[in-house]
Design a binder for this molecule. Sequence first.
Ligand SMILES: Nc1ncnc2c1ncn2[C@@H]1O[C@H](COP(=O)(O)OP(=O)(O)OP(=O)(O)O)[C@@H](O)[C@H]1O
Length: 265
Amino acid sequence: MKPIVEASSLVKTYRSGRSSVQALRGVSLSIAPGECLGVVGESGSGKSTVARLLLALDKPDSGEIVLNGVPLTGLKGEKLRQMRRHVQAVFQDPASAFNERLPIWRSVIEPLDCFTDAEPPFGADRTGSRKELAALLLEQAGLDSGYAERYPQELSGGQRQRAAIARGIAIGPSLLVCDEPTSSLDVTLQKKVLLLLKQLQRELGMSILFISHDIAAAASICDRLLVMKDGLAVDEFPVRDIRLAGRHPYTRQLVSAVHGEEAFT
Ligand SMILES: Nc1ncnc2c1ncn2[C@@H]1O[C@H](COP(=O)(O)OP(=O)(O)OP(=O)(O)O)[C@@H](O)[C@H]1O
């Protein structure tokens, strides 16, 4: 099966004044249709930079990203916009993800307003009321339709993140990029949101790029993990192989921090 995303040898350096940071030093990855790939690693290892490049929010210095068979590099204007409809995002901070002057349903429906030829998931009818459609998306994300009229500041962090996920799936993307989507939530809510993402991934057959500093959270929903350190992918494996004795020392360090060194014996 052709991958949804294929990124090869991505290099990205951020420069400001005389200083520069090499955020990515040649990272390659691919995500198959319906697959959940986790990108894990410590703060500053380059995880969010990978997300920004895949979302075309930034450009690599070198390397290539092919999305649904089309190279992103060099795409501009309407062609770039059309590629963007295949990739949606959910970020860490649900508070800043919404316009606080709009009721939540208006933000949830926004991607469908932007891409008028995109079809919503779950066989929903886009010719009906926009508010009802948003309410249906919210319900699929586990939020009662009664919340549709509320403003973002009237929702809890967990509810806002569910609303962000509802918006993320509104145009039925091939790939949902989730950058630390549960990091601002308490442990119980984290688990619920992880379960929701897994359930939606299965129901909609979409791929997920799940970025997290928390290897246990990533392992709980991902099929494969890519471990990053200092701008490099140092390890990559199916989740079932996470405790193999031959894992990269840095992966062992991350796993041991959660499960203890005995995880590998
Ligand atoms: N816009 C920017 N300008 C300058 N440096 C940046 C910029 N964005 C990221 N960096 C630097 O690039 C490196 C990688 O950052 P990135 O955000 O990709 O890491 P991360 O693994 O996602 O970290 P975190 O888990 O803390 O979000 C870091 O050293 C960071 O300080």
